[in-house]
Design a protein around this ligand. Structure first.
Ligand SMILES: O=C(O)C(=O)Cc1ccccc1
Length: 275
């Protein structure tokens, strides 16, 4: 049995070269075995007895919440057998990367993760207003895809990703650096775990305030008898706050009542509210 087989597994959005991978290494170091998955949803789904830990991007200082991550954090298993057990923010410096020798004037298509597009809107508008922007599952996958020919494209492609990708995938080079809208740019990642008890095997870091992720759902209860049985476990929101409509000020007063400092509210509209 190799020594790697004894290490706990950590899932991350791959391939090597993603910001998720950089953050995972920054958090866990050499204490774990890394396993890459092709989408954030698959990273989330992998968390279980075989893969007890994962790291997912949560929020960015320029572009805000990572939607795919929030979609998974609303799934029922969160708080039951999948828990947010840590966080780490890293600096994100995006580059425009091309195959070696490609001229920027020939670039007609740019590929990347949707977060990277959202963080680089000014650069894209100023330099490539007519380029096709194609979403990929991760920045490193976008970089890697430049090495596969795309026959029916008239023109060249570029990827927005970390400069690290040019050291991982042979034949790529950095054409422009630090292309995000603001020079200081950070993404926070969440560490997921199957257990509330065992502490993730993280590298030592400076002490942080303990934070909680609170998920509040408006129960879709039509049958009153069903609602009373549910009340023993989850108090519906209209019992917690007097107004049926949940607003950010409801949230702030709830947080005050619980003596917690509310940092961020991410709200998703129900079909009833928009429809
Ligand atoms: O695609 C990646 O590299 C990721 O880890 C997701 C992401 C994309 C852009 C900024 C931060 C995280």
């Amino acid at each position: 049995m190799s020594s790697e087989e004894n290490l706990p597994k950590v899932a991350f959005l791959g391939p090597l070269g993603t910001y998720s991978h950089q953050c995972a290494r920054n958090y866990f170091g050499e204490n774990v075995e890394y396993v890459d998955y092709s989408t954030i949803t698959k990273v989330f789904q992998s968390v279980g007895p075989e893969v007890p830990y994962a790291l997912v991007p949560q929020e960015n200082t320029i572009y805000g919440a990572v939607i795919e991550t929030y979609d998974t954090l609303r799934l029922p298993e969160v708080g039951v057998d999948k828990f947010v057990r840590g966080e780490r923010a890293i600096s994100i410096q995006h580059c425009l990367v091309v195959r070696q020798g490609v001229q920027l004037k020939d670039v007609v298509k740019i590929v990347s993760h949707e977060q990277a597009f959202g963080q680089c809107t000014r650069f894209l508008q100023d330099n490539f207003p007519n380029a096709i922007l194609e979403k990929r599952p991760s920045t490193a996958e976008a970089a890697q895809s430049l090495l596969t020919p795309e026959d029916d494209l008239e023109g060249e492609r570029a990827a927005i990703c970390s400069s690290v990708c040019t050291t991982i995938f042979d034949g790529l080079e950095v054409a422009r650096s630090s292309i995000q809208n603001e020079s200081e740019n950070y993404t926070r990642f969440y560490v997921l775990s199957t257990s509330l008890r065992s502490t993730p095997p993280k590298l030592p870091s400076k002490p942080q305030l303990r934070r909680a992720l609170v998920r509040i759902g408006l129960p879709a209860i039509s049958n009153p008898s069903e609602s009373s049985s549910r009340l023993t476990h989850h108090r519906p929101l209209h019992l917690l706050c007097p107004l049926k409509t949940f607003t950010s000020s409801n949230w702030k007063s709830l947080a005050r009542r619980w003596s917690i400092e509310a940092r961020m509210l991410h709200q998703v509209a129900s079909p009833k509210r928009l429809g």
